[in-house]
Design a protein around this ligand. Structure first.
Ligand code: NAP
Length: 263
């Protein structure tokens, strides 16, 4: 079984959704986890994990600010002595029409989804190198390589960019024993997706969730913990020969060659 015993991990976007799932799995597998997000609820989740007997520290941090990311790395090293794992998961998604939206829509996605990952990597990878090597896992998406619906220009652009960044960093840091991989989730049930369901069917958001589930070959949305298990594997020594990979976790959503006719 994969285990992260004695590893020190930093997880961004860790207050809710996929990042909370990643932090929970990492902590329960024995890692000391530093959880980062902007809001104070990240402190509550860290306290909840500590109450379970895990090692966890919450840091309020905006990944768009390089100084915040430096403070995050410093806090992790001061708390646990070194960093072995960085999981860059913080991200935003707001759908919009390309011609109607102004450039602040694009910039918001670029700032969080690309620059945020860049800033976290710049601050934390030197610590991983100092520790003798380790792993970075980046949350991209199936959206980017593929696109399901109109309205995804800003989001898809940034998530596709993360695949390029993953591969470039994997190449650049291979000689320092730092592996870099990304996960590409399909629909995972998180506050982000629940918000989208509410937008698309305000009277009955569960109906919108059920509709998404019906289109997934496995018949349901994924859970944040399932993403956490994948990230834990990629971050662990069990994945010691995997670097530069993009791993899809989508219940088969991107599998069909064509959509089957109502079946
Ligand atoms: P979510 O429920 O909205 O959670 C997002 C997390 O990121 C929160 O902890 C949020 O906390 C944090 N965050 C947002 N902006 C931040 C910033 N500037 N600095 C630091 N933290 C920030 O979203 P999610 O669905 O879990 O998505 C997480 C990641 O998975 C994103 O990168 C998303 O693109 C990707 N993804 C999700 C799905 C899906 O189906 N859910 C599918 C594919 C990919 P604060 O607001 O407190 O900062």
């Amino acid at each position: 079984m994969t285990t992260l015993n004695n590893k020190v991990a930093v997880v961004t976007g860790a207050s809710k959704g996929i990042g909370a799932g990643i932090a929970r799995v990492f902590a329960r597998q024995g890692a000391s986890v530093v959880l980062a997000a902007r809001g104070a609820d990240v402190l509550d989740l860290a306290a909840e994990l500590r109450a379970e007997g895990c090692e966890a520290t919450g840091v309020q941090c905006d990944v768009t600010d390089p100084r915040d990311c430096k403070r995050l790395a410093r806090t992790a090293v001061e708390s646990y002595g070194r960093i072995d794992i960085l999981d860059c998961n913080a991200g935003i998604c707001r759908l919009g029409n390309f011609l109607d939206e102004n450039d602040s829509w694009r910039d918001a996605h670029v700032n969080v989804n690309i620059n945020g990952v860049w800033n976290a990597c710049k601050s934390v990878i030197p610590e991983i190198v100092r520790a003798g090597g380790g792993a970075v896992v980046i949350t991209s998406s199936v959206t980017g390589d593929l696109v399901a619906d109109p309205g995804e220009a800003a989001y898809a652009m940034t998530k596709a960019a993360l695949v390029g960044l993953t591969k470039a960093l994997a190449r650049e840091f291979a000689d320092r024993n730092v592996r870099v991989n990304c996960i590409c989730p399909g629909y995972i049930r998180t506050p982000l997706v629940e918000g989208m369901a509410e937008q698309s069917d305000p009277d009955n958001p569960e109906r919108a969730i059920d509709e998404i589930a019906r289109a997934v070959p496995l018949g349901r949305l994924g859970t944040p913990e399932e993403c956490g298990q994948l990230c834990a594997f990629l971050a662990s020594d069990d994945a010691s020969y995997i670097t530069g990979a993009q791993v899809v976790i989508d219940g088969g959503s991107t599998l069909p060659e064509t959509t089957s006719m109502g079946q």
